[in-house]
Design a protein. Structure first.
Length: 97
């Protein structure tokens, strides 16, 4: 008799937990759909979308250039490089004329 009572209580608790979780999921889904419809009607972007885009823009600095403080990888072609003859300009450095 105690085993039957214990099994019945477990079954009732599991069913109530399943109903609670399903209810919370439905409430969250309906809130998301209402927010989506409201944003479509007003023409504004959802706050979650704008926040996600801000994080995405902030993370772009790490995608190509690497971490701050490191040299960025060069993507120049040889046509952009100009050879210059180096010569010493000592009079301009010392202030002589």
């Amino acid at each position: 008799m105690a085993l039957l009572f214990r099994s019945l209580i477990k079954l009732v608790l599991m069913a109530s937990a399943a109903i609670l979780v399903t209810g919370l999921l439905l409430i969250g889904l309906s809130a998301a759909l209402i927010t989506l419809v409201w944003c479509l009607l007003t023409g504004r972007r959802p706050a979650a979308y704008t926040t996600f885009m801000r994080f995405r823009q902030a993370s772009r600095q790490f995608q190509n250039a690497g971490w701050p403080g490191r040299a960025a990888p060069t993507t120049q072609s040889n046509a952009d490089i100009v050879d210059v003859q180096a010569h010493e300009v000592r009079s301009a450095i010392l202030g002589e004329r």
